[in-house]
Design a protein around this ligand. Structure first.
Ligand code: UD2
Ligand code: MN
Length: 362
């Protein structure tokens, strides 16, 4: 009797083990097929992305009038591909705070290697959505190659995550006469539009300023934008309410409304305050990101040669109201020396003259 009972129990245990094994096998099979399906999905998405990379959007390849916004042509979509949607207002791939440092050496080769989808001339268009604005980024420049490498290294990936169509323009002052930041930026505005008339937003950035947070979106707003709110050199605080230096952005119509920037500020200082005055005098108000987001690191440097503080600046900023109508984009004169398209940026070398003799003596 005991033996019989033992046999029955053993048989039950065996059945239970068998059932467990069967269950285990079924679960494994389900999981296996699920992973396999995901792989398939991943590969098909990967292929689609590569296909879109193989036909990057460029002005020359765009059939006239077939594309409503700044995206790849929609004409060669297959039946299964969805047409591109406008890029989201808040880009989904932002990472927030960034670690910015300038101690490790940087090379242009590295920047190029790490940004393979930037087109010749430093241009980029998001491959997966239709960007809402086309932004020209203008950098006043002379003899700051070392800074430029860091700027490109940090900014290309940030701008890519921000999902805008953009082009980078270095406005390089020819010769060794006194530097003129604002006039170079006026040249940048004109030349960027000659390069691509679709630019509707212009961002003016010093070559030595790197944003520390990618939520500080490089695009244009309802009002002229001041991006560089908190800089390390000012203890991450706005130095004064009317400060407009460092990095700023104006739409095409905002820029034209203030007659562009002044051409007559030679040497260091004052031009940013004049631009601020122009904005207020034309009934606009400067907008800014939150101080926690608008943080910047400036690459440390000495004052450059031929960019000494402009002794006229304090008097000049008192007179913006009188000068802004005659001095600006409407009176801009320059001689183009060379335009060269580099892999990571477009270089525009320009002769912009020198200060009038009275100022040169001052
Ligand atoms: C401040 C402002 C800057 C501008 C300037 C006064 C900050 C962070 N920036 O800059 O926007 O208002 O004062 O004019 O407060 N540059 C060259 N080569 C030169 C000289 C200047 O490339 O030889 C360019 C370069 O892009 C540089 C920018 O001009 O970043 C401003 O010059 P700066 O960096 O010498 O002046 P800084 O830092 O006092
Ligand atoms: Mn600087």
């Amino acid at each position: 009797m005991t033996r019989l009972l033992l046999g029955v129990t053993l048989e039950r245990i065996c059945k239970a083990v068998l059932l467990l094994c069967l269950l285990h096998f079924v679960i494994i099979m389900i999981l296996y097929f699920d992973v396999y399906a995901q792989h398939l999905d991943f590969f098909s998405r990967f292929n689609a992305r590569n296909a879109s990379r193989a036909h990057p959007f460029s002005n020359s390849s765009r059939p006239n009038g077939t594309v409503p916004s700044y995206g790849p042509p929609s004409t060669n979509l297959s039946a299964t591909e969805k047409p591109l949607q406008p890029c989201q207002e808040t880009p989904p791939g932002l990472v927030g705070r960034l670690l910015i440092e300038f101690s490790s050496p940087m090379s242009m080769e590295r920047v190029q290697r790490e940004n393979p989808d930037v087109r010749q001339g430093g241009k980029y268009t998001p491959p997966d959505c239709l960007p809402r604005q086309k932004v020209a980024i203008l950098i006043p420049f002379r003899h700051r190659e070392h800074h430029l490498k860091y700027w490109l290294h940090y900014l290309h990936p940030i701008l890519r995550r921000q999902k805008v169509a953009y082009g980078i323009y270095i406005i390089n002052q020819f010769g060794e006469d006194t530097f003129n930041r604002a006039k170079l930026l006026n040249v940048g505005f004109m030349e960027a539009l000659k390069d691509d008339e679709e630019y509707d937003c212009f961002i003016f950035s010093d070559v030595d300023l790197i944003p520390m947070d990618d939520r500080n979106l490089y695009r244009c707003y309802e009002q002229p934008r001041h991006f560089a709110v908190g800089m390390d050199k000012f203890g991450f605080r706005l130095p004064y309410a009317g400060y407009f230096g460092g990095v700023s952005g104006l739409s095409k119509s905002q820029f034209l409304k203030i007659n562009g920037f002044p051409n007559e500020y030679w040497g260091w200082g004052g031009e940013d305050d004049d631009i601020f005055n122009r904005i207020s005098l034309n009934g606009m108000k400067v907008s800014r990101p939150d101080i926690r987001i608008g943080r910047y690191r400036m690459i440390k440097h000495e004052r450059d040669k031929h960019n000494e503080p402009n002794p006229q600046r304090f008097t000049k900023i008192q007179n913006t109201k009188m000068t802004m109508k005659r001095d600006g984009i409407s009176s801009l004169q320059y001689r183009l020396v060379e335009i060269s398209r580099q892999p990571m940026y477009t270089n525009i070398t320009v002769e912009i003259g020198r200060p009038p003799p009275r100022l040169a003596r001052g």
